[in-house]
Design a protein around this ligand. Structure first.
Ligand code: DGL
Length: 259
C-alpha cells in the first residue's frame, strides 16, 4: 500500500481527459493535477522549452510527494518521454504507446492522427505504427483546437468549421482517428457529428488501464482514506475552476502557483 497521490500534468485543461479516466478506474486514489496554463499552449514550443517546462513541473510534483507521474500531455511525451524517464527515478507514464496500440486494433484502411505541431514533428506516432504495421498514417497538426478549448469554446457551432478544415483531405482515407493531444477528446462529440464510419480513439482509456495494472502489481494502491483531489495552475485559478466544471462536471478547488 502507498497512500501518496498520483501526479498528472499538462499545459492546461487537456490532461483533465486523462485525469477523468484515471479517476474512474482508480476511484480511491488521491490525485494532484497540475496545469501550466500560463505557458500554454505547448504545441508550438521547441524541445528545449518543453524540457524546461516539464522538469519544472515534475520537480514540483516530487515536492508534493507523488508516487507516480503521468504525463497528461502528448506534446511532452512525444518529444521527451525517454529523456524524462531516464532522468527521474520515479515511475513516469505516458499515452503515446497506447495511442499506437489502440489505433492498430481498429484500423484496416488508414489512421488519421490529430495532434499538436510539435508532436507531429517528433514523428513518434508514425514511426511507432510503421514498426508494426503497413497501415498508412494521415497526420494533421491542429493548432486551433487547444486555444479554443482553453477559452472554453467547445460548442459544436463554434468548432464545426475548424474540425471540417482539419478533416479535409484525410477523411476519405481513414477508418480510425486518433486524438493525439489530450485536449482533443473534449471535441469528440462534435467530431462524431461530422464523420461516418470512423472510429475515434482516446488513448487515455487504455493508458489508465496500464496505470491501474502497474499500481496493483507494484502493491502501491491507496488503502487509506480518499482525500479531495488537488489542482494547481500557473494561470488564473478561477477561470480553470469554471472551465473544469464545464468540461468534466467537477467542482475543483484550484490554487495558482508560481514555478
Ligand atoms: N494537451 C497537450 C498535448 O497532449 C498540450 C497541448 C498544447 O498545449 O498545445 O499535446
Amino acid at each position: 500500500m502507498n497512500n501518496k497521490p498520483i501526479g498528472i500534468f499538462d499545459s492546461g485543461l487537456g490532461g483533465l481527459t486523462v485525469y477523468k479516466e484515471i479517476k474512474n478506474i482508480l476511484p480511491n486514489e488521491n490525485i494532484i493535477y497540475f496545469a501550466d496554463t500560463k505557458r500554454a499552449p505547448y504545441g508550438g514550443k521547441s524541445k528545449e522549452e518543453l524540457k524546461v517546462y516539464s522538469k519544472d513541473i515534475i520537480d514540483f510534483l516530487l515536492e508534493q510527494d507523488v508516487k507516480i507521474v503521468v504525463i497528461g500531455c502528448n506534446t511532452i511525451s512525444s518529444n521527451l518521454y525517454n529523456y524524462l524517464k531516464n532522468d527521474y527515478k520515479i515511475p513516469i507514464f505516458e499515452l503515446m504507446e497506447s495511442a499506437i496500440e489502440e489505433s492498430l486494433k481498429f484500423s484496416k484502411k488508414g489512421i488519421g492522427y490529430f495532434a499538436t505541431s510539435s508532436n507531429i514533428k517528433s514523428g513518434v506516432f508514425e514511426k511507432g505504427i510503421k514498426k508494426i504495421s503497413s497501415v498508412e498514417v494521415f497526420k494533421k497538426a491542429c493548432p486551433l483546437f487547444v486555444p479554443l478549448i482553453e477559452e472554453g469554446f467547445t460548442d459544436f457551432k463554434i468548432v464545426k468549421p475548424v474540425i471540417i478544415h482539419y478533416l479535409k483531405n484525410i477523411e476519405d482515407n481513414i477508418d480510425t482517428l486518433v486524438m493525439g493531444c489530450t485536449h482533443y477528446p473534449f471535441l469528440v462529440d462534435s467530431i462524431e457529428k461530422l464523420v461516418q464510419n470512423i472510429t475515434i480513439i482516446n488513448p487515455a482509456k487504455s493508458a489508465a488501464i496500464k496505470i491501474k495494472n502497474f499500481i496493483e502489481n507494484s502493491d502501491i494502491l491507496n488503502t487509506g482514506k480518499k482525500e479531495k483531489n488537488i489542482f494547481y495552475t500557473t494561470g488564473d485559478n478561477r477561470k480553470f475552476e469554471i472551465l473544469a466544471k464545464k468540461l468534466i462536471g467537477e467542482d475543483c478547488n484550484v490554487s495558482t502557483v508560481v514555478l
